[in-house]
Design a protein around this ligand. Structure first.
Ligand code: ADP
Ligand code: MG
Length: 544
């Protein structure tokens, strides 16, 4: 999701070397964007971990000593910050109050990892192959309105937000509204579970999948750094897969626009009133203009309500412009709908003939409850015919349960660290872990009806590594875990599938002491991957 707000506390280590960078003591309020609010204290790195190389670092022939390596990393950090600034790998700086509303003001380099994360090529291949299958699955499920309504019927009773989305869906069903042209820009997120040595899906985002713009730049940054420093670090830049997420998402939007077939129409990007991640979005706007000559307009839901209308023939007109494609980078969280005006805007757009990315149906398919329903035995078979595809999808599913399952609820109360409790929310910072999970389950058991607002998920334990991170011009090392997102684009017009691709990736690396780790919240950084020939993830350093 575009931005996330995480309230969990963690301790990050302070920058290793202050020499070339501003004094970290002055840093947080003055220069840090996306910086964690928690005080930063140096944490001792356990001996076993400190001996481990940074991700991607293999012994080079003339490997520098520990001190030498630190010096190289310090130099690289400065080069990385410069590269970000001159190549648009930037976000709004939290320290500047105008950075979320006025483009070109208060920019800071995006929080990044200095080196790509090691990732076995076999799992990479597996994740890429899944993209087109998930794309097709989303499309098929979206067409089964009864399935969506019945799977979410109990959630609806206890979750107001899901109820509002379903209400729009019901209205469209009542009108017998059909979406002939369907565009999906998805991101399926995975972690490598070190306990089972498997690639397991965290979630599938069907609305507002963030970072296609900046994510592709990080791969270029790492490639550039390894071209220069790879020899001394024993790394080969060719092992970083090319990442075309930004241009491929723009292509999908451009081709959807072409299908709409109105030369004067625009792409409407629906955005939050304040967005420090706007440059991620502007990268797509830029590619759309340069490669397809398509103009985009940005509007908040409130502006859509104030300036929009649907003509008798279904045409969506905003501020006097015909809209071919509505691309949502907002609208996934209850906070995006502070009043009825925003809901009216959502309904207005849904009723129109503009191509919605996503439609209300695609949006609902991406909910956590549907993820859990699809993981039940024999459900995938309702939607897909190809047995091999079905088994590939199933292999990537972690354990997912509804809270009706008393056995599982009991196990989760006994061993909360093996589970994650998830409400029907998007955007980070909503999941419940550990002691809180236990307490919440005990409480929920007493007020039975709220159980349907949540799902339980098997907790995935990725391997931790010591990673050099750069944020706000400072670099430091911390123990991290990573989450790989694979973008997928799907476009069809009636029976014709125009696009069904995997389009690049996003690696997010977060400090392992943070449960969630949103990039915007300051616990995670943008990363890329370094393909290795390992067939297994080697070892697991467990953390609490
Ligand atoms: P959101 O819609 O808020 O992004 P996610 O399901 O992606 O919800 O969860 C947010 C974050 O929580 C993930 O990015 C990941 O870091 C962590 N997380 C989610 N599910 C699991 C899990 N099963 N095991 C371990 N970590 C998880
Ligand atoms: Mg997520």
């Amino acid at each position: 999701m575009s931005s996330s707000c995480v309230s969990h506390h963690h301790q990050a280590v302070r920058p290793r070397r202050g020499g070339r960078f501003p004094d970290p003591g002055r840093r947080p309020a003055a220069s840090a964007s996306f910086a964690p609010p928690a005080p930063r204290r140096r944490r001792a790195v356990p001996a076993a971990m400190s001996a481990e190389a940074s991700p991607g670092v293999e012994p080079a022939e003339a490997a520098p000593g520990a001190a030498g390596q630190q010096a190289v990393l310090g130099e690289m950090a400065e080069e990385a910050a410069v590269w970000c600034a001159v190549n648009g790998l930037v976000v709004g700086d939290r320290a500047d109050p105008r950075s979320g509303t006025v483009p070109g003001v208060g920019l800071v380099h995006a929080p990044i990892s200095l080196l790509p994360a090691r990732f076995p090529a076999s799992f990479w291949k597996q994740a890429c192959e899944l993209a087109s299958i998930f794309n097709e699955l989303v499309d098929r499920v979206s067409l089964d309105g009864e399935f969506l309504q019945s799977a979410l019927s109990r959630t609806k009773q206890v979750d107001e937000f899901t109820a509002r989305l379903l209400e729009i869906h019901e209205k469209m069903t009542a009108l017998n509204k059909k979406e002939d042209i369907r565009l999906g820009l998805h991101r399926s997120d995975y972690m490598l579970d070190s306990e089972t040595n498997s690639l397991l899906q965290i979630e599938l985002n069907t609305i507002s999948s963030s970072f296609p713009g900046l994510g592709s730049l990080v791969s270029e940054l790492h490639r550039t750094l390894l071209n220069q420093y790879g020899k001394v670090l024993g790394l080969d830049s060719k092992r970083i897969p090319r990442n075309w997420a930004a241009t491929q998402f723009a292509e999908a939007l451009g081709r959807a626009w072409t299908e709409y077939n109105n030369d004067s129409a625009v792409v409407l990007m629906v955005v939050q009133p304040e967005e420090r991640n706007m440059y991620d979005q502007y990268w797509l706007v830029n590619h759309l203009k340069e490669s397809y000559g398509v103009k985009s307009i940005r509007k908040t839901l409130a502006q859509v309500e104030a300036e929009g209308q649907v003509l008798a023939d279904g045409t969506l007109v905003i501020d006097g412009r015909v809209v071919a494609v509505v691309y949502f980078r907002a609208g996934y969280a209850p906070t995006d709908y502070p009043s009825e005006a925003e809901w009216r805007a959502r309904l207005l757009m849904e009723q129109s003939s503009a191509i919605k990315c996503p439609s209300i149906s695609y949006h609902l398919v991406g909910t956590k409850k549907i993820q859990q329903e699809l993981a039940k035995p024999n459900v995938l078979e309702r939607f897909l015919d190809n047995k091999e595809d079905i088994s590939k999808l199933r292999r990537s599913f972690a354990g997912l349960w509804s809270l009706d399952n008393e056995e599982i609820v009991k196990s989760a109360i006994e061993k909360p660290d093996l589970f994650v409790l998830k409400p029907q929310r998007e955007g980070g910072g909503n999941n419940i872990y550990g002691h809180d999970l236990r307490d919440t389950l005990i409480k929920l058991q007493k007020e039975q009806e709220s159980l349907a607002a949540y799902i339980l998920m098997q907790r995935i334990f990725p391997k931790t590594s010591l990673t050099p991170l750069v944020r706000g011009g400072d670099w430091f090392e911390d123990l991290t875990i990573s989450e790989l997102g694979i973008y997928g684009a799907y476009l069809r017009n009636k029976d014709k599938v125009i696009l069904n691709n995997h389009c690049g990736y996003l690696m997010r690396t977060k400090v392992s002491s943070s449960n969630e780790g949103g990039v915007a919240a300051g616990f995670a950084v943008l990363d890329s991957i370094y393909l290795t020939d390992e067939v297994i993830t080697t070892h697991c350093l467990t953390y609490s």
